[in-house]
Structures are given as structure tokens and as C-alpha cells.
Design a protein around this ligand. Structure first.
Ligand code: BTN
Length: 314
């Protein structure tokens, strides 16, 4: 597949494919059959086989093609429909799945958001996936993890020429509307983290009408802002490559090394905000983050630190 996609539209004979891939002929034939069944537009003529176009598929075979990561995505489980990818990833983690294992779905029937909300997951237009992580880190350092992922979402989106922002603690914004959310769920005993499930939802190719009425003014997609549709597998691979590096840096050197890139994209730092914490509404100015990614807020009676909450700008 990598061979054919390297030369889109060019016919290659079985001999050429055999030489270039160093695979036996029957493996090549099996791969061509597999790809055709998975929806790839492969044409056969007297001149050989050619891949005519890439489908917007997020099947594991497509996601693996050209993926340059070492750990993240080493195993990918793909579903057409699933309740929640976080839930499926949790089950895999419980049965020993290794770090970097991913569950991805075209559609979720019970996509979960933070604070008991649901995540609207229309079929075939977004990216909904969860990664099994096994961080060897102190419990207190984990709140920053969702921002590390949010940074990778922003950078992947920026590669299409758009300007994305991070809204603490875990939202990515485009044009002031939410384009992506991250839900990290932990399994821990005392201060030892057994595993973390990092669920990422990105609105990619949805039109305005694909969102329920109640979400249209607060949620957006890459397509709504840019006007062009993108290949979701490409966005996924960009995210994963970036996240693997940032996760390693975060793991090894801590949040401080990554914070400047997050602050550069933050939609709240330096702004007057209202922090909603349960029933409390706390007015203040967002000053920055502490070393664990908690928000430092200047209030009337001094600077306070918050590791959770919802922020709105005043
Ligand atoms: C939020 O902003 O509230 C977090 C949304 C997280 C949604 C993703 S979609 C993939 C993964 N599976 C889920 O059920 N939720 C997360």
C-alpha cells in the first residue's frame, strides 16, 4: 500500500511490486485483495496495478500506512460503531494491553465528554479514538496530560494552515468554537497510576448541519472553518507523531518544558476569566500554569491554584 500510494495513478506490475517490496508474490496479491475490500480504489490493467485515489478511511491498515511512531499506535483496533472508545480501551488496558494501544471508531453511540456530558460522534466525519497509556509518573503530575494532548491536536490542525487555540484544561478551539475535546480517565491505587485512557474527539469534516442545533454556535469542525475536507488518517498520523514526542518529553522532563508552547496557544492566559467549579463561580485573571498544569488565578484576595474547572472569558 505504501508503495502504491507513493506513486498514485502509476501502474506497477507484480514483478515491480515484488522487487520493490521484497515480498513474495502471493503476499502482494493478498494485500491487493485486502485493500480493495477495504475500499481502496486499485485498478488492474495489462500494465499492472495502480492506486487511483485514497479513501477517507480510518481503518487500521490505512492508519498504519506511513505512521512513523514507535510506541503510539503499535496496535490499533478499529470499529465501525462502538459505545465509547474510552470504554473499549479501558477493557483492553484491564486485560494487559500495552502502552500506545489505540481504539478508534467511525461512530460512537455513547461518546463521553467531561463532567458527565456526551460527545456527539457523527459517523464518518470526525476522529474518535482512545489511547492506552501507562505513565510511570506521580499522580499529581497527570492533570497536565490532557493539555499535552491538546497541544498535539493544535499542531496537527495548524499543519493545514489554521490557527488553533487551547482552552484550559483540555479543549481545542478554532474561531472561538470547540473543535476538539480530550477526556483522560485514570485507574490508580493510592499514588500509583495503573493506566490512563486518553480519549480524543476531533470534529474534522462535519458541516454546520451535521451538529445538533444546540451545538452549532459553540462547536465547529476543521471543514467549517477551512472550507475544505481533509483525509482523517493524515490528521490522525500527524497528531500521533507529535504526541509521541511530547509525551516522551513530558514524561522525562516534566510539564515545564512543554508549557511555553501551550501558553503561546492559550485562549485564557492573561485574560479576565470566570472559573466555574461545581456551583461556585470564581472571577479572576488567569496568570499561567504551575509545574503540574494547574491554573494560577489572580483573585481579589491573592493567587490561587486550580487543577480542575470550566473557564469562560469575561
Ligand atoms: C470533552 O471535551 O468533554 C471531552 C470529549 C472527549 C471525547 C472523546 S471521543 C473519543 C473518546 N471516547 C469517548 O467516549 N470520549 C472520548
Amino acid at each position: 500500500m505504501e508503495l502504491l500510494s507513493g506513486y498514485p495513478g502509476r501502474f506497477m506490475t507484480l514483478d515491480e511490486l515484488e522487487n520493490a517490496s521484497r515480498l513474495p508474490r502471493h503476499d502482494i496479491k493478498a494485500a491487493i485483495l485486502h485493500l480493495t475490500e477495504a475500499g481502496f480504489d486499485i485498478q488492474e490493467s495489462g500494465k499492472g496495478h495502480a492506486l487511483l485515489s485514497l479513501p477517507d478511511s480510518i481503518s487500521p491498515i490505512m492508519l498504519h500506512c506511513g505512521l512513523k511512531t514507535r510506541v503510539m499506535g503499535s496496535e490499533i483496533h478499529g470499529y465501525k460503531t462502538i459505545g465509547s472508545t474510552n470504554e473499549a480501551a479501558r477493557r483492553l488496558a484491564e486485560s494487559g494491553a500495552k502502552e500506545g494501544t489505540i481504539v478508534i471508531a467511525e461512530k460512537q453511540s455513547r461518546g463521553r465528554g467531561r463532567l458527565g456530558r456526551t460527545w456527539h460522534s457523527t459517523s464518518g466525519q470526525g476522529l474518535y479514538f482512545s489511547i492506552v497509556l501507562r505513565p510511570q509518573l506521580d499522580f499529581t503530575r497527570l492533570p497536565a496530560l490532557s493539555m499535552v494532548a491538546a497541544l498535539s491536536v493544535c499542531r496537527a490542525i495548524e499543519s493545514y494552515g489554521l490557527k488553533a487555540e487551547i482552552k484550559w484544561p483540555n479543549d481545542c478551539m478554532l474561531d472561538g468554537k470547540k473543535v476538539s475535546g480530550i477526556l483522560v480517565e485514570l485507574s490508580a491505587e493510592l499514588d500509583r497510576v495503573e493506566y490512563a485512557i486518553m480519549g480524543v474527539g476531533i470534529n474534522v469534516n462535519q458541516r454546520a448541519a451535521d451538529f445538533p442545533l444546540g451545538l452549532r454556535s459553540t462547536a465547529t469542525s476543521i471543514y467549517r472553518v477551512s472550507g475544505y475536507k481533509i483525509i482523517r488518517a493524515d490528521l490522525f498520523r500527524k497528531f500521533l507523531a507529535d504526541f509521541e514526542k511530547s509525551y516522551h518529553t513530558f514524561h522525562r522532563y516534566g510539564f515545564r518544558l512543554i508549557a511555553p508552547e501551550i501558553i503561546k496557544r492559550s485562549s485564557v492566559i492573561g485574560k479576565k476569566i470566570t472559573l466555574v467549579l461545581g456551583r461556585k463561580k470564581i472571577p479572576g485573571t488567569a496568570l499561567g500554569f504551575d509545574s503540574n498544569g494547574a491554573l494560577r488565578v489572580k483573585e481579589k484576595d491573592g493567587v490561587k491554584i486550580y487543577s480542575a474547572g470550566e473557564v469562560s472569558l469575561r
